[in-house]
Design a protein around this ligand. Structure first.
Ligand code: HEC
Ligand code: HEC
Length: 220
């Protein structure tokens, strides 16, 4: 009985395998002219959309908005999330590490281009704490002389659009995601930036971190 079952399966396999190969080849052939965007858009809408939305405008405050981010920065993060045989991931995130496991370097590059080309819709989470935003604005543009915190604007730009390839755009990002990142930099759990952000952030207290993150979410 078992043997018959195995034989049937084997037969099924040998029959479908060449067929499958042909189909893939055919698909590849028809898509060569415009293969890259189709494939990447498929990954984005099939795998990533549940958390980041198909166009990268995540509406879930814990998940970052990717739309309009610099391509180089996105590609770098995808590379950093991936562990290799010889080294652990440079940026630790159990969720994202499993997401990038199957991506090739070329997929990562194209996903960077894909999200960079999408139009960003800034965080729509309402904020009604003017004092918090006011303090955040001061810290963002002027830093804090007393604590030796440099202005965020000096690296992320006066309007938060960043400076490619190194300094990410942060304007309009969800405050909840931003504050999580600031805390991760602070504890050293995120250390894929060669310590730049650690230096910046260790001297901000919890309230100041919340203030600056909230202000950033309102930047347009
Ligand atoms: C189950 C939800 C989920 C899915 C699915 C998902 N992500 Fe993420 N993604 C997250 C979370 C949460 C973070 C923040 C990780 C952290 O810092 O701890 C993140 C972070 C990122 C970042 C870093 C953004 C930044 O500003 O630094 C990129 C880039 C990214 N994801 C791309 C993708 C791509 C591409 C896919 C599909 C292949 C994907 N994600 C699928 C939840 C998800
Ligand atoms: C000296 C330059 C510099 C200054 C000043 C600076 N940053 Fe950064 N920041 C960086 C770099 C570089 C990265 C990217 C790290 C990487 O490649 O992962 C970064 C990343 C970030 C991120 C992560 C973005 C994301 O999508 O995950 C946030 C949030 C951030 N910075 C907020 C701030 C805030 C708030 C301030 C001011 C208090 C600030 N930064 C000041 C250089 C700087």
């Amino acid at each position: 009985m078992k043997m018959i079952k195995n034989m049937v399966m084997l037969a099924a396999l040998t029959m479908t395998a060449p067929l499958a190969a042909e189909t893939t080849e055919a698909t590849e052939a028809t898509e060569t002219e415009n293969a890259a965007p189709a494939t990447v858009a498929e990954i984005a809408s099939g795998v990533c959309a549940g958390c980041h939305s198909a166009d990268g405008n995540s509406v879930i405050p814990m998940n970052p908005i990717l739309a309009g981010q610099h391509a180089e920065y996105i590609t770098k993060q995808l590379i950093d999330f991936k562990a290799t045989e010889s080294a652990p991931a440079k940026r630790n995130s159990p969720i994202m590490s499993s997401m990038v496991a199957a991506l090739s370097p070329e997929d990562m590059k194209q996903l960077g281009d894909y999200y960079a080309q999408q139009k960003a819709i800034p965080s729509q989470v309402a904020v009604d704490d003017d004092k918090l935003i006011e303090l955040g604005k001061l810290l963002y543009h002027g830093g804090s002389l007393t604590n030796g915190v440099p202005a965020c604007a000096s690296c992320h730009g006066p309007n938060g659009s960043g400076i490619p390839p190194r300094y990410p755009a942060i304007a309009g990002q969800h405050a909840e995601y931003t504050i999580t990142q600031l805390n991760l930099f602070n504890t050293g759990d995120r250390a894929n930036d060669k310590d730049v952000m650690q230096q910046v952030i260790t001297r901000l207290n919890g309230y100041e971190k919340r203030a600056v993150s909230t202000y950033i979410s309102t930047m347009r």
